[in-house]
Every structure is written in C-alpha cells, then in structure tokens.
Design a protein around this ligand. Sequence first.
Ligand code: N01
Length: 532
Amino acid sequence: MEKVKKYDVIIIGSGFAGLYMLHKLKEINLDAIVIEKGSGVGGTWFWNRYPGARCDIESVEYSYSFSEDLQQEWNWSNRYSDQSEILEYLNHVADRFDLRKNIIFNSTVLSATYLESSNQWEINTETETYKSKFCVMATGTLSSIKQPDFEGLDKFDGDWYVTGKWPHEGVDFSEKKVGIIGTGSSAVQSIPVIAKYAKHLTVFQRSPNYSIPANNRPLSKKEIKNAKSNYSQIRKNAKYTRAGIGYNQFEEKKILDYPIDYINEELSTRWDIGGQEIFTAGFTDVGTEPKANEIAADFVRSKIKEIVDNPITAELLAPKDSIGCKRLCADSNYFETYNQKNVELIDINSTPIKSITKKGLSTTDKEFDFDILIFATGFDAMTGALLAIDITGKNHIKLKDKWKDGPRSYLGLSISDFPNLFTVTGPGSPSVLTNMIVAIEQHVEWIFECINYLYETDKNEIEANIKFQNNWMDHLEEVASNTLRYTCNSWYVGANVPGKKRVFMPYAGGFGKYREKCDEVAENSYTGFVVS
Ligand code: N01
C-alpha cells in the first residue's frame, strides 16, 4: 500500500492566494505544499484566457506588496495589464521565490476530511491521499464556472467555448460567424476583440450591464518611476481604505448635496479618466441612496446613448436597475463595438433562447447559424469552488449541508465545526468588494500569524466559536441590507445560479474596518475562536 504523504499545511490552489501562502509558510520552515488542478500557477489568470481579459484595478495596485525587491524589479506595461502579463508576473513570482518544487500540478482535490482522532486533515485527489495539520483553501472566489446547460448543446456542430476555461492555444475567429451568450465583465471585455476578427458577431443579452471605459494605455517611464518611489505610501493607504485601493481615495462627498451641473462635471471628469474604481470613488451615497444612485445611473445611460448610433440598440444596452448593484464592468470600446456593421444585439428577454441547434441557436423569433458559440455566463461565485470539494468537519458534518441555506463563517476565515481549516477571501469577508490582492495579502498574513501562534503556544486546534460566527453573520447581513447591492439579482447574492440560496455573501462594511477587526481578534489571543 502506498504511504500517505504528511505535511504541516496543505494549500489548495496556486493563484495569488496560494502562492503567497506557500511563500509565507516557507519563511518559518513549515512543511507545506500546494495542490493545483491546472498544469501551471495563476488560478483565475491561468484559466481566464479569453480575448481581452485584463484586470480592472490598476496593475500598480493589483500586485503583491509583500516584497520590496519584487515591486521594484517588476515593470507593468499597462495601466490595466492583460491576462498574459499577469500570468507572466505570477510565474515570475513562483520562480523568484522558488515555489514550484512545493506545488503538485494537474491534481484535483476531491475531498477534505477532518480526522478528529489525530487532529489532521485528510486530503484526497484522484490518485493520492495526503494528510496535514492545517488546510488552507486558496480556491478563489470566481473560479468555479457555471457549466453551460443549454438544451441541444450536445448537438451543435460548431465549436463552443466558456470564457472562464479558455483554450491555451487561442481561438481563430477570422471569417467565422460567432454567437456569444452573456453580457457581464467577461463578455464586455471579449466582445470588442472578437468583433475585430469575426465575420459576424451576435450578442445574446439577458440583462445589460453598466460599464465604465477603462481608458487603458501603456504606462510611461515617469509613471512607473513614480509608482516605484511611492509604493510604500500607496500600499499603506490601500490597507485602510474601503476597497483596498491606495491611489484613489474615496471622496467624502454626497451627490445629494450638490447641484446637477457640478455632479455631471465631476462624473464626466471621472468618466474621461476611466476605470470603474475612479468612477465610483466620486460620491459616497451612490451605493446607498436610491436618488443619488439614479443620478449616477442616468449619467452612464446618457453616455451609452451618446456612443451607440442605433437608438434601439442603445436603449437595450442601457441598464434600468441601480448602478453598482451588480459589479461594474470596465471596458475598452464595448459600447462603440455595437456601431460595427458585423455586430448585432439580441434581447433574449423579448425573444428567449429556445435551444442550441445543430447549426447554431434558436430563439422564439429566429434561427441563427454559427461556427462558434461562446458562453460568457459567469461563475458559481464565492462558494462554488469550496463546495466542489467534499469537505467533512467534526462529527462527520459536511460543509455542503452546513451551508445549504448559504455560507456561514466567522470573518470569512474560519467555519465552526471545521477546525484548522482556513478560507482565503472566503464568503463573510470583504473579498470581491475590494482589490483582491490586498484582501488576499491580509488574509494570508492573518492565517500565517494564527498558525504561528498555535505552534508557539503548543495548541492543536482552532475553529470559529458558533456564537461569534452567528453574530458576525448577523452583522454582515445588517451592513449589506443598508446598501443597494443587496437589492438586485447579482452573483453577490448567488442569484445567478439556479437553486442557490439567496444570501449576500461578501462583507460590505469596508476593508479598512474589517482589517482592524481581524487585527483586534488576533491581538486578543483570537477572540471568537475556540483554541484548544
Ligand atoms: O459573469 P457574470 P462574468 N442565459 O455573472 C448571462 C469578475 N471578472 O464572467 O445578468 C442567458 O457577471 C448573465 O445574465 P444575467 C468580475 O468580478 C472580472 O462576466 O444573469 N444569459 C450575464 O450577462 C465579474 O463581475 C474581470 O441576466 C445568461 C452573464 O451571462 C465576475 O468575474 C473580467 C445565462 C454572466 O455575467 C463575473 O463576470 C471578468 C443564461 N442561462 C470577470 N446565464 C475583470 O475585469 C448567465 N447569463 C478583472
């Protein structure tokens, strides 16, 4: 019988979170490994290779802060770098910090079971069994794709792709008739690029999305030099802002306190600078006050109508719900693309998709022929990747049962009945409402300190105290219910996955405050946790 491999810590996933967690644990010489499904590092940036994929937080900020040498030696080419450059950066990090030898690639974790008799996690992949004292889920928040389940897909004669699992070799669209379903961030980024090459592109839209121009451009030498000499201040600011962004401090102004001319001028300036984080940083009440929100929403709707030539198309592309309720998109010529002769928009509310056919797709109105179909239909966000693993805690409790009415955790870091299991940017933490890299670093450092504390104090187990967990969940719900994000059918509340319980999953109280809370918990010997 093959010997079970034993470690101090097993990390699942080698994206931004898993790589940094591994690096930290190596610092204190713990025996740690990462188990990774893909053949390379990168997580979301390994899989999401669709045309046009790039970050929507400026690269200078969407990068690790933990190593001064790393931030001084790495040069970002663009304001918002594309997927290939971010992946190159993560490969550089893996090599520079000598992480690869502790990563097991091409290995999917199927189950994780807590063995109470030995205080160990048993991790099973398709072929191996591992054991460890601690298990860190660095599985990502938008990493579990919604598998397309359209009727008739198996009969389609052409090629089809999912944006979140794009082929490494790329896709040739030239002379092809292409159909794309979905108009979220992935579609908004890919549509302009596909439209450049395809003979014809048909976009099937269920709900329009607000999008702000990214105004992406190469960074000048001066800007790079400036960022490098100010990194310590930028990073320091980012740690205590609402969204983990250091450059663009939120203005403490309220739309409802200003005349419309001033508001339009302010929003125009921000629209011209570009970037969803710049646009939203102008006024504080857009996310909470329906009247303020309507003014900002109206501004964007009028921009869409200015850009799009065909008034019927423009009307369809202009969202009617509140702005920022779903995550804002950042685009490069998204709305402009609908002025191209080879691009057409189909509203599938008025003419729903009946099925995928042998030749393409059929709506209640028409038959479409396609060579290629693309599904930009999103993710089972925040819980999908965790629940894809059969996780069993104390007393044989399954995470999928414990979370059947929505995820519950303490601080998005730990779950009662699941000792020594940590979730990086898990549901219950600010996570997807922040600059993910700043949120990841904060969690990794907190988990690192916690594990270190347990070793130093000779403790075996830590898990969330159920009372504190319940209080945290009540607080999360209360904070979220005071925001407009609470009100719409977004992936923040799981509304995009049929059958998923509607629960607001990330913590909306702001990153700075959340960090202070986590620090306070650690400083007080982990209040709210059962340490034994
Ligand atoms: O997914 P989405 P995404 N029939 O869920 C439609 C991050 N991200 O991959 O809105 C027809 O936003 C669905 O319609 P509706 C970012 O946080 C970041 O685009 O449910 N349509 C929607 O239009 C983002 O928010 C970047 O009515 C169906 C679309 O598919 C998150 O990932 C880039 C359908 C899905 O949009 C998710 O973005 C990309 C169906 N059965 C992603 N099912 C950056 O810029 C779904 N849709 C860094």
